[in-house]
Design a binder for this molecule. Structure first.
Ligand code: 13P
Length: 248
């Protein structure tokens, strides 16, 4: 059955780009109103100021679990908000790996974002070994449950979830539409155990080697509500093509 959720296409620049790319992205995306699709760009926080003229949404790539204080190098939720962010990525697999972010820490960061009115984009997804041994539903449940336990299921009304299988990130090895749909449905059903209405409204994005050539097929799956795009979000025209592929 077709759903009525809006689609969201988010670009995660990771540690790429510069002020010039920010200016090009604003020029390419401003004024592009795509039916039923919201656009989000998450540049490195240093470049958020270059998006002042943007008419699309902005997001951080990470935030501190603390409100303020002696935490050198960190960025708080209120700082992201002041810099114009509406969203923030939380628990991206690269942070879970490179920065040893545990499920509990990710949950605290989700809480910090929500307290400040930022929409957390909670990233979940299994590494290749877990995919291969077939325990990926358990792995993803644990990632979701840590957040549900800390903030409560009702907060999922103010969140987005992104499924990013680690084996598909930056590898060119996209999950098949069927593989993506299987996990997206699992995530929605898992949230439905706590609240059916919230689960039906929850946007669940797919990430991992999405490009304009495969976006339409992925986004047309019933439980896939858009994408979280890495490499392909660095090219303004390619990113715009992916956003257009999300049109219902
Ligand atoms: O990690 C991702 C987005 O957050 C996906 O990255 P790629 O699109 O480069 O595979």
């Amino acid at each position: 059955m077709p759903h009525s959720r809006r689609h969201l296409v988010a670009g995660n620049w990771k540690m790429n780009g510069n002020s010039q790319l920010a200016t090009q992205m604003v020029a390419a995306l401003n004024g592009q109103s795509i039916d039923g699709v919201d656009i989000l760009v998450c540049p490195p926080s240093l470049y958020l100021g270059d998006f002042k003229q943007a008419d699309f949404s902005l997001g951080g790539q990470n935030l501190s679990e603390f409100a303020s204080g002696a935490h050198t190098g960190e960025v708080s939720a209120s700082m992201l908000l002041e810099a114009g962010c509406k969203y923030v990525l939380v628990g991206h697999s690269e942070r879970r790996t490179d920065n040893h972010e545990s499920n509990d820490l990710v949950a605290k960061k989700v809480e910090a974002a929500l307290k400040n009115g930022l929409i957390p984009v909670l990233c979940v997804g299994e590494p290749e070994s877990i995919r291969e041994d077939g325990t990926y539903f358990d792995f993803i449940s644990a990632q979701l449950d840590a957040v549900i336990e800390l903030v409560g299921i009702a907060q999922f009304a103010h969140m987005v979830v992104a499924y990013e299988p680690v084996w598909a990130i930056g590898t060119g090895k996209t999950a098949s539409p069927e593989q993506a749909q299987e996990v997206h449905k699992f995530i929605r059903d898992h949230i439905a155990k706590g609240d059916t209405d919230i689960s039906q409204k929850l946007q669940i994005l797919y990430g991992g080697s999405v490009k304009s050539a495969n976006a339409k097929e992925l986004f047309s799956q019933p439980d896939v509500d858009g994408g979280l795009i890495g490499g392909a979000s660095l090219d303004p025209q390619e990113f715009l093509n992916i956003c257009q592929a999300a049109k219902g």
